[in-house]
Design a protein around this ligand. Sequence first.
Ligand SMILES: [Ca+2]
Ligand SMILES: [Ca+2]
Length: 566
Amino acid sequence: MLNNTTRLCLAVLPLLISTNSRAETNVDKNAGKLHHQRGVQQRIIGGEPVNVGDYTYMTSLQRDGSHFCGASFIGEKWVLTAAHCVDGQSGSGNGLEVLIGANDLSDNSSGKRIAVKRIYVHPNYNTPVDTNNDITLLELESEVDAPAINILSKELADEITSGTMLTVTGWGNTLTDGQNFPDKLMFVQVPLVSNEVCNLPASYDGGITDAMICAGNQAGGKDSCQGDSGGPLVYKHNDEYLQIGVVSFGDGCAQPDKYGVYAAAFNFHDWINSVTKGVNIENTVSFGAIEEGAETEKSISISNNGATEAKLSDFVLSGTGSSQITLDSSACLTIAAKSQCSLKLTYKASSSLGDEVKITINTDSQISPLLSSKISAKFLKVADESIVNATDGSDIQWFNDEDSPWILQSSDIKVGDNAIQAAAIGDNESSQLMAKVSGPAKLLFHSKASTEQGYDFFDVFLDDERIFYVSGQNELFEGRFIEIPEGEHRITFVYLKDSEQSAGNDTVYLDGFERLVKSEPVVVTPVVTPTVEKVKAKSSGGGSFGYLLSGFTMLFLLRRAIAKKN
Ligand SMILES: [Ca+2]
Ligand SMILES: [Ca+2]
């Protein structure tokens, strides 16, 4: 167990890690989302191109045809990568693809391309410290006939001494200044460093856990870097490459004493077995924002990757507030081999769910006898009269965040005597406000925002679709219209901060709501207008819906991780 001194040291580590983890920076595609990926750009350092036909287990993790992380093919339909590459999000593949065995990413005939069906993040990722257990399995749409890599056994790992040369491969950045992501696969050899040395004050000062290993030269000069994340660190044993690590993070790249840090792949055999041959449940389920009195349904998927039928029993919900949830387990009492079922949860919201709400299930699978999934929600309660009045709206039902409520203020006003302001939230938190409106209608609102550009957001959703956002400075109140179709609709105003830093005044104001006379029924026309500081993000529509859900889930996960440190 960690002692107190170590914990104190670790408390400063998250910032260090998040500025230097080794996923490829790609703000264009992931604005505001990939907190790990901001930061300094450097290189797979001191490396050289591999010979075509070598390291054919090497895999590129891609979205929209662009490489953003490394991975390794471990056989059948399974790929290993880092948890931070997928933002710690278990669940459906969500458009991810892998390219197995390619050498040149610009050559379309190189390698085998296949979609990711499901993501299995290690359940203890980021626990008890950030970036611990940074490992994830990707289940592919079907089995792939390609050379696979085996993972080093625990026994063999114990025999490997520090100084042993290991090899890491990747398509990460090759430049010290600026960016050059090579198309051709690179490799570099680095010596294994003991956890003892890696934990010295000059290096990671106690931040390296048993789930991590380090490699690199004390003088620096050779290392993995941004864009190499998730890729394999391998050991050559009797002419066979065996995977020993997964590229995770480092303080800069190839700096003296700042070794590359890898998830210790050989420590995860049991978990890999339980996923690839056992019964699995999604680690976390989020109902997202839910208002007082509402009822929302959510499905949790359970998959049986074993070769025989699995029987499930003792479905138990526990934790503060869990009595508001009802469960329909009828579809999941037995799961045939290699198939899935859906567990239905219904949350009738009258109060928040505590931090420790979860469902546990027993199975007859010896590999995975107990399943557990954490359940979260953002509860919004009926707003105070003062909030209702300050917005100057009418015919609108308001619901305010219970934990981080929007507040009344009188210094920044568009209409009347006062307006409302998002809560002063910390990193990884959100302050949400919901307006329920019956359409058809046209709603006018005024907002002004001052947030960290590209990372902190003021988002407006019409039901599940993001229709407007600001990230950056929007110093004067600006009016926007929202066309609301027939029926009851939810408009949610979300001020969302990422995992670090602040910029500007770090707040959002809302005022001057007006529900205009009932208009003709209209088709929703999204008001996508990032104002002064334009950030690049995925276009609106279906894409942003997925983005929204994943952002929310991340938020809840991270909040829980923070709570644990207190
Ligand atoms: Ca007002
Ligand atoms: Ca921020």
